[in-house]
Design a protein around this ligand. Structure first.
Ligand code: GLN
Length: 288
């Protein structure tokens, strides 16, 4: 099927027909609005009101290629190269996980509980696109925020996002599993992490848009040792940070295991919080 013309109404119809059956109708609608916004600088309102009745050849080509990529399940955020998180815009590419709505809930919880504290030092472990660190810095501006990741490419994306959002963050390439690197970091009042937590055996439940395109290192842990990163972060916190608060995003199946792990390590004031879908998704605690 070819696009029959460069009239916006025909282009919209073309997107719909090509993707029908592959995606729900509302998702196709939202893809359409995102593509027109990204490639034709037309907002949803402008598109609906047919402010422009046609798009030009190069815009048409971009839409055409995007539809082909969507047919191969490539996430729309990677296609247009950006997404919104906590009302901020983030550049995303295949080196970083696409920020999830659950993680916005984690950020909201941290802001709500800490926005009136001054001089906070915050560490984000496994920052990816930088979304958590940057959203926190924007909402708790007098905090000193440090963000680390093992991926140099992810850090490049996070640094770019920090600049674009005017958020001053200290970025460092550090592997929290490597205790020798802990000395490179100062101590902190808040440690937050959304580490990889999906088990290899859970792969079969996942969609091709995630499996084929998002970075596996940001998503998966082994079935043998699914809590490895949390264990390392707890050890780091014990070693480094007196009176520090910890906030984790977690695999919904591991709330209890993590609870016992933290208890065993002498953390207190645990709170397991459910996400909007009613699943155990966040764990906060205090290092006494
Ligand atoms: N919530 C993400 C997903 O299910 C996983 C995020 C993570 O591993 N930290 O795709």
């Amino acid at each position: 099927m070819k696009i029959s013309s460069n009239k916006t109404s025909d282009v919209r119809e073309y997107i719909k027909q090509r993707l029908e059956g592959m995606y729900p109708a509302e998702e196709i609608q939202s893809f359409t609005f995102m593509l027109f916004e990204a490639y034709c600088a037309m907002s949803k309102a402008q598109l609906l009101a047919e402010m422009r009745s046609t798009i030009n050849e190069s815009e048409l080509l971009l839409v055409y290629d995007a539809v082909k990529a969507l047919e191969k399940h490539r996430p729309i955020q990677y296609i247009i190269g950006k997404t919104t998180f906590y009302d901020l815009e983030f550049m995303v590419n295949e080196h970083v996980l696409i920020p999830r709505p659950e993680t916005e809930e984690l950020v909201a919880m941290i802001i709500k509980q800490n926005q009136h504290r001054s001089g906070l030092r915050i560490l984000d472990i496994g920052t990816g696109s930088g979304c958590i660190a940057i959203a926190l810095k924007k909402h708790i501006p007098n905090a000193e925020v440090t963000a680390i990741d093992i991926s140099n490419e992810a850090l490049a994306a996070a640094k770019y996002n920090g600049k674009q959002n005017n958020a001053y963050i200290t970025f460092a390439e550090i592997n929290i599993l490597d205790e020798k690197q802990w000395n490179l970091l100062p101590s902190f009042d808040i440690i937050v992490s959304n580490p990889p937590y999906v088990m290899e055996s859970e792969k079969e439940l996942m969609q091709p848009n995630v499996l084929n395109y998002e970075p596996a290192t940001a998503l998966f842990v082994t079935d043998e040792n699914p809590l490895l990163l949390y264990e390392a972060i707890l050890r780091f916190a014990k070693h480094k940070a007196e009176g520090c608060k910890l906030y984790f995003e977690i695999n919904e199946n591991f709330g209890n295991d993590l609870f016992f792990l933290c208890q065993k390590n002498n953390f207190s004031e645990f709170c397991i919080v459910k996400d909007i879908n009613g699943k155990d998704r966040f764990l906060s605690m205090q290092k006494s």
